[in-house]
Design a binder for this molecule. Structure first.
Ligand code: CAA
Length: 239
C-alpha cells in the first residue's frame, strides 16, 4: 500500500509504520494528509496482520507542527475550514482502532499533531520534544479531540493549563506529568519505539486488543459497568 502524497506506509512483521511526510512544512496536517490518514487507517483496521501501529514524523524538526495554517487560515472562514475537515471523521477512526498505536515523537508536536499523539495508546518522545496547543492564541479551538483526550490523560488542571494559556511542555515536564511513557535521547528514539512495538507484536493479538478495549471503553463507564466489560472480554480471550 503506497503512493500517498503526504504519508509513507510500510508493514513488517506485524508492525505498521505511518510516517507523516511533509518535512518542508514541519509535517503540517493538511486536508490531503487527513485523506491519506483516513485511507491508511481504514486499511490498517481491516488488516489482521497488523498487530501494532507506529506513527512518526519525517525530518529533523517536528513530528507535526499542527494544522496547515496556510490552508486553514486562508479558507473563506474557520467554520468552512472545519466543515471541509469534518467530511471524513478521522478522529473517530483513530478512536475505534483496535490495534495499539504508538507515537514516536520528536521536535515540535503542536495542535492537531499533538492531538494525533493523544489518540495513540503509548507516547515515546525524544529529549528535543515540544508539546503545545496554540489554538486559543489563534482564536480557534482544538478540533481534533484535544479538549476531550487531553484531560483524560493529564487530568483537569494540566489540560486546562495547556489549553487556556497555550503553555508548551518540554520532554522532562511531559514525562513528569505522565504525558509520555518514555523520554529517550534523539538518536535512540527509533530503536526504543521498535523495541516496544516488537514486544506488543509478539503478544497474542486478541489479548492485546481486548486489554486495550477494556481500558479505553472502561474509562467512560462506571466501575461496575467496567468490571462487567472486563469479565466479558476476559471470557472472550482464550489465551
Ligand atoms: N502550517 C503550515 N506550514 C507550517 C506550519 C503549519 N502549521 N508550521 C511550520 N510551517 C512551515 C513554515 O511556514 C516554514 O515554511 P517555509 O520554509 O516555506 O517558510 C517551514 O514550515 C519551517 O517552519 P519555520 O521556519 O517557522 O520553523 P521555525 O523552527 O522557525 O519555527 C515553529 C517552528 C515554532 C513550529 C513555527 O513553524 C510555528 O509556530 N508553526 C505554527 C505552529 C502552529 O500554530 N500550528 C497550528 C496549530 S492549530 C491546530 O493545529 C488546530 C487546528 O485544527 C487549526
Amino acid at each position: 500500500m503506497n503512493g500517498f502524497e503526504t504519508i509513507l506506509y510500510e508493514k513488517n512483521d506485524g508492525i505498521a509504520r505511518v510516517t507523516l511526510n511533509r518535512p518542508h512544512a514541519l509535517n503540517a496536517f493538511s486536508v490531503q494528509m487527513r485523506d491519506d490518514l483516513y485511507e491508511v487507517l481504514s486499511a490498517i483496521r481491516a488488516d489482521d496482520e497488523v498487530r501494532v501501529v507506529v506513527f512518526q514524523g519525517a525530518g529533523e524538526k517536528a513530528f507535526c507542527a499542527g494544522a496547515d495554517l496556510k490552508e486553514f487560515l486562508t479558507a473563506p472562514s474557520v467554520v468552512k475550514a472545519r466543515r471541509i475537515r469534518a467530511v471524513r471523521d478521522l478522529w473517530r477512526l483513530f478512536l475505534g482502532t483496535s490495534q495499539p498505536m504508538v507515537a514516536a515523537l520528536h521536535g515540535y508536536v503542536l495542535g492537531s499533531g499533538f492531538e494525533i499523539a493523544l489518540f495513540c495508546d503509548l507516547r515515546i518522545a525524544s529529549a528535543d520534544v515540544v508539546f503545545g496547543l496554540p489554538e486559543v492564541g489563534l482564536g480557534i479551538l482544538p478540533g481534533a479531540g484535544g479538549t476531550q483526550t487531553l484531560p483524560r490523560i493529564l487530568g483537569l488542571a494540566g489540560a486546562l493549563d495547556m489549553l487556556l494559556t497555550g503553555r508548551r511542555l518540554n520532554g522532562q515536564e511531559a514525562l513528569a506529568m505522565g504525558l509520555v511513557n518514555q523520554l529517550v535521547p534523539r538518536d535512540r528514539l527509533a530503536q526504543e519505539v521498535d523495541a516496544v512495538a516488537q514486544k506488543i507484536a509478539s503478544c497474542d493479538p486478541v489479548a492485546v486488543q481486548n486489554a486495550k478495549r477494556a481500558v479505553i471503553k472502561g474509562m467512560d463507564m462506571s466501575l461496575e459497568q467496567g468490571l462487567d466489560l472486563e469479565w466479558r472480554l476476559a471470557a472472550a480471550t482464550k489465551g
